[in-house]
Design a protein around this ligand. Structure first.
Ligand code: CS2
Length: 440
């Protein structure tokens, strides 16, 4: 069967590659971006004015998948009611960020580029040679030197205040003159992104090939649901994403908090308990009554009270989330959601725990989530059947295999639990009981 390409689709007049018109640069063109912001951009931009230049940072795989396909790929949407396939034509250039650094900086410096979006995951938000932040600073520096036209840098990662975190990192690590320019000319809106996008499998690629009549090495799979709430704070023009259903609001924080604590919090809880119970997929785990009940308690008893002042509806939102997890057509692996737990725990569960403790409550289900993570880490280190995929894996392994008690050793990992939680005796007592419960 032929490979997906502009020729294969009969659209060979569409420019692709270094000379193609581009208005957006995206750092981290993994599956999530391709199934989320790229889809919104295509729907918002029928004339193709906002071509995307997609950048890979850690591995060139996606560049090698997309380049032979002229940037074309498809999204296989899998819902309980059936599947649909759409070809996305919005990607007009791809850059391997680790080898084509000059070309990346030139793209970010190009005045035609008005927005840089990012999906670099939790672990991308730190500086270091070759990382996303350093590449972005290099690009912004080139833009400043080349005339300094205003630009928006839009984080699309699952972090509280993602835009503010990014702004602080960029301003603190740029040279003085670039930081001064950026403080005036670069905007860093916050955004809340949502769509479940499991890793693509060979079975997905075979199904898509049947529907498409061509092989698509860059296929992504997603649930039908998608949501994007963006802080309306742009330095220059942007695609009319609202035409594709995005919500532009003054304050994203309540949406972010609800999504992180309800959806991602219960996702992580179900992933750890599910993986420990032997479930391969989130859909299987979320269909187990005991796990579904634990997730519901987390949402209703622990999370909802912490969100009361935000004024957004929580329980119906939570019901819909658990329904989405049960989508049997989506083989989302428990171990995929379980990865990078040391960075995910904070925004997903510990915020709920801290707020509840400050209000004098004991959030047992959120604490169960922490116990499930600890037990998962222990099982991954000592039994070796579950993967420990985490940037702090060495620290975690040392904590599990060291002489101390498991709970104390893991609670002492300060970047995860801070100085406050290990001091909270009631929290510790409850966590210890939950560890016994999970072990059972
Ligand atoms: C998941 C998220 O992998 C994970 O940790 O919780 O990727 C989740 O699927 C998305 O945030 C949904 O929008």
């Amino acid at each position: 069967m032929k490979r997906l390409s502009a020729d294969a689709l009969g659209i060979s007049e569409r420019p692709f590659g270094p000379g193609a018109p581009v208005g957006l640069v995206h750092l981290g063109i993994g599956a999530f971006h391709r199934a989320h912001q790229a889809v919104y951009t295509q729907l918002a931009d029928p004339s193709g004015e906002w071509g995307i230049c997609g950048v890979t940072l850690r591995s060139a795989t996606v560049v090698n998948q997309l380049r032979p396909q002229d940037g074309l790929y498809s999204v296989l949407e899998r819902g309980p009611q059936g599947d649909r396939l759409d070809v996305i034509t919005q990607v007009r250039d791809v850059i391997d960020g680790s080898s084509e650094t000059a070309r990346l900086s030139a793209r970010i410096a190009d005045p035609a580029v008005q927005v840089v979006t990012l999906t670099i995951t939790e672990k991308g938000y730190r500086t270091g040679p070759g990382g996303a932040i350093d590449r972005l600073i290099a690009g912004l520096t080139a833009r400043y030197r080349g005339g300094g036209s205003p630009i928006t840098v839009l984080s699309c990662d699952n972090l509280n205040g993602n835009g503010e975190v990014l702004r602080d990192l960029i301003l603190a690590n740029s040279s003085g003159e670039v930081a001064a320019w950026a403080a005036e000319n670069v905007r860093f809106p916050c955004s809340m992104v949502d769509r479940i996008v499991p890793a693509t499998t060979d079975a997905d690629r075979a199904e898509a090939a049947g529907l498409l009549g061509a092989e698509d090495a860059a296929l992504v799979v997603a649930e039908p649901f998608r949501q994007w709430v963006i802080q309306d704070d742009f330095a220059a023009a942007r695609p009319a994403w609202e035409k594709a259903g995005a919500e532009l609001v003054a304050d994203v924080a309540p949406y972010e908090r609800r999504k992180l604590r309800v959806l991602n919090g219960s996702h992580s809880l179900i992933a750890y308990l599910g993986a420990l119970s032997g479930y391969t997929t989130i859909a299987q785990a979320a269909s187990d009554d005991r796990l579904a009940e634990a997730a519901w308690h987390l949402i209703e008893d622990d999370v909802a009270p912490t969100l009361a002042e935000d004024g957004l509806e929580v329980l119906d939102y939570g019901r819909t989330v658990l329904e989405r997890f049960r989508n049997p057509a989506l083989p989302h692996r428990t171990t995929q959601v379980a990865m990078d737990g040391s960075l995910k725990l904070g925004p997903r569960l510990l915020g709920t725990i801290r707020d509840a403790r400050a209000a004098g409550r004991l959030p047992e289900s959120a604490i169960l989530g922490v116990a499930a993570w600890m037990t998962y880490v222990q099982a991954a280190v000592t039994e070796g059947e579950l993967p420990l995929d985490d940037p702090n894996a060495d620290r975690l392994r040392a904590a599990v295999t060291g002489p101390g008690h498991l709970m104390d050793a893991l609670l002492a990992v300060e970047p995860v639990f801070g100085p406050d939680l290990p001091e909270d005796q009631e929290f510790r007592q409850c966590l210890s009981e939950k560890l016994t419960e999970v072990a059972r």
